[in-house]
Design a protein around this ligand. Structure first.
Ligand SMILES: *[C@@H]1O[C@H](CO)[C@@H](O)[C@H](O)[C@H]1NC(C)=O
Ligand SMILES: *[C@@H]1O[C@H](CO)[C@@H](O)[C@H](O)[C@H]1NC(C)=O
Length: 341
């Protein structure tokens, strides 16, 4: 937990004359990286959001990340991202869902506008990946970028979205996320924490990588100050063993029951049972990777087949053909994925 956050945010609130800081509780359990619903013409269809929320609630998932990677954020306009966030804000209270909005964008002004908008709709927090074309080339550059984004909504808790497979392996494989935390805490000067964090509202990392060594170092950093959310569903049990108590992923849109069971069985000490649920998630993720589905978005179609019509993906991904859907239904049955309601 980031103890300094409350004090710094209160100070910021006083300076800015704002009335209250948003209470922050570290995220535990599953966060669904929700799909963005489109109609057959690929227009945003926010009428589906209530169905997504109901499905998540029925499967015991109470946090959502809106317009992240799964949510095709980079294919959406800023206006669409705001409209989508508002649709979630409208239904979230009914289902007791906490709303986390991904605000990363290649244009800094867009990211800042989305951050301010997230604050205005009373989101529970911000999440941002780095820019993805001109990418930060050092930890220092990354910290500066995040400080500019998260500084636009300084009273909301914020999570850095680490996903090197999408934002650029070549740069980020050399980055130690542990170094990001050190740089944030110390202003990059010494190894000793100072009271001048560069990103005062940074409370954690959505860590989407297979590197459990670095994940563990981040979890343990500064006495467990940061809230680490693990982002590789197929390795959830390994992350739980390292200390993860929260996770973000796409399979939690439709297989939240399995993800919850991995955490629950791990906590209760039934590791063999936890492994069984993990195997189900692994089998599910293996479907995504099948060569016959290359160029499509199998996860999105799984959602459609379960009765939550999030529609086709925007390009360059292609909608599935009828033959692919027939095969997908067989694959879903084979891994035991059936509609909850
Ligand atoms: C959410 O799920 C719980 C547990 O299944 C259920 O009792 C409750 O009625 C659901 N909420 C809504 C608004 O449907
Ligand atoms: C773990 O769960 C399995 C399946 O439900 C059960 O057969 C087994 O006895 C449990 N083991 C422990 C140690 O509780």
């Amino acid at each position: 937990m980031r103890l300094a956050f409350a004090a710094v945010a209160i100070a910021a609130a006083c300076l800015q004359g704002a009335d209250a800081i948003m209470p922050y509780t570290p995220i535990t359990g599953l966060v669904a990286a929700v799909y963005t619903p489109f109609d057959e013409q690929l227009a945003l269809d926010t009428s589906v959001v209530v169905k997504q929320a109901a499905y998540l609630n029925a499967t015991g998932v109470h946090h959502v990340l809106v317009a992240g990677t799964t949510g095709e954020s980079v294919k959406l306009t800023v206006a669409e991202r705001k409209q989508l966030a508002e649709a979630w804000a409208a239904v979230a209270p009914t289902y007791g869902i906490n709303l986390f909005i991904h605000v990363g964008a290649n244009a800094m002004a867009d990211a800042q506008e989305l951050a301010r908008h997230a604050a205005s709709i009373k989101a529970a927090g911000l999440v941002a990946m780095s820019s993805t074309y001109f990418r930060p080339s050092s930890v220092d550059a990354l910290v500066s970028q995040l400080a500019d984004i998260f500084g636009a909504a300084p009273l909301l808790p914020a999570w850095y979205y680490h996903i090197p497979s999408m934002t650029g392996d070549n740069y980020f494989r050399g980055f130690d996320m542990h170094a990001l935390l050190v740089a944030d805490i110390t202003d990059g000067e010494t190894s000793l924490p100072t009271l001048r964090p560069r990103i005062p509202n940074l409370v954690g990392i959505k860590f989407t990588d297979y590197d459990l060594y670095t994940f563990k170092r981040c979890i343990d950093f500064n006495g467990g100050e940061f809230n680490l959310l693990y982002g590789r569903d197929e390795q959830l049990l390994g992350a739980a063993a390292m200390g993860a108590e929260g996770a973000v992923g796409s399979t939690y849109n439709f297989a939240g029951v399995w993800g919850n069971a991995v955490f629950a069985e791990f906590k209760s000490g039934n590791i063999s049972k936890a492994r069984e649920y993990q195997r189900s998630i692994v089998n599910l993720v293996a479907i995504y990777g099948k060569a016959e589905y290359a160029g499509t978005d199998p996860g999105k179609e799984i959602m459609n087949q379960l009765g939550v019509p999030v529609g086709p993906p925007r390009g360059p991904a292609k909608p599935m053909t009828a033959d692919q859907i027939t095969q997908l239904r067989a694959d879903m049955k084979a891994v035991g994925l059936i509609p909850v309601a």
